[in-house]
Design a protein around this ligand. Structure first.
Ligand code: HEM
Length: 190
């Protein structure tokens, strides 16, 4: 429609009278809505349940076990390493040496390595054997608390401080990761 303008959004179309202006079309992109925290939490619990119940009670071959253990350690580095980086930025913020925006951006950037590491730990654990009940609980805590922590982020972006909740979630995360690491190490020594 020459000589008019048309602006389309996802919900409505604005049309203007015939000016001698080029047509301007702004189409809002189709964004997939992120899954709700309940769905994400449900997915984490399902994957955890599947891995903990399916982990072999008998030893797999030396080669498979060795490869899985290597993958397990790489996943610890990736997942827990990214978590430690975010928490370190959180500490710097508490000390007044970083802004809340720095922490939020670091947490957003670390999201993928954290979940890749966690998924890698579940996937490789499948070939290592069942974890002790306490370690299994620590792994579940890490996963569910991770979903909750990711949910706090948008609120922080709106400027809400949520200091107490973030501190509690960070404490739970550290407790869960360290428990899983120490118990995994003890299992490998026994
Ligand atoms: C947050 C998640 C997890 C963390 C941080 C973690 C961490 C570790 C670490 C640090 C080790 C010691 C490796 C070594 O000393 O060479 C280990 C070993 C082990 N992990 Fe995990 N782990 C996690 C999840 C799992 C899961 C989900 C399973 C099983 C389904 C599992 C099963 C095992 C087993 C059986 C060993 C002993 C392997 C061996 O030496 O034979 N882990 N884990």
């Amino acid at each position: 429609m020459a000589g008019s303008y048309e602006i389309r959004s996802r919900f409505c179309v604005f049309r203007g009278p015939a000016f001698r202006l080029p047509v301007v079309v702004i189409e809002a992109g189709r964004h997939r809505r992120p899954a709700s925290p309940v769905r994400r939490g449900g997915l984490v619990v399902l994957c955890w349940l599947a891995v903990v119940t399916a982990a072999p009670r008998r030893h797999s071959s030396e080669l498979v076990h060795g490869l899985a253990l290597f993958g397990h350690l790489v996943s610890v580095v990736l997942g827990f390493g990214a978590v430690l980086l975010v928490d370190w930025f959180g500490l710097l913020w508490l000390a007044g040496r970083r802004t809340l925006d720095d922490v939020r951006r670091t947490a957003e950037g670390a999201h993928v390595p954290i979940w890749l590491g966690f998924a890698g730990l579940l996937g490789t654990g499948l070939f290592l054997g069942p974890p002790s009940p306490t370690k299994a609980f620590a792994v579940l805590l890490v996963g569910v608390n991770g979903v909750y922590t990711a949910r706090l982020m948008p609120a922080m972006a709106r400027g809400s401080r949520l200091l107490t909740r973030s501190l509690v979630a960070t404490g739970i995360s550290q407790l869960g990761w360290w428990t899983a690491v120490v118990l995994g190490f003890l299992t490998s020594r026994s």
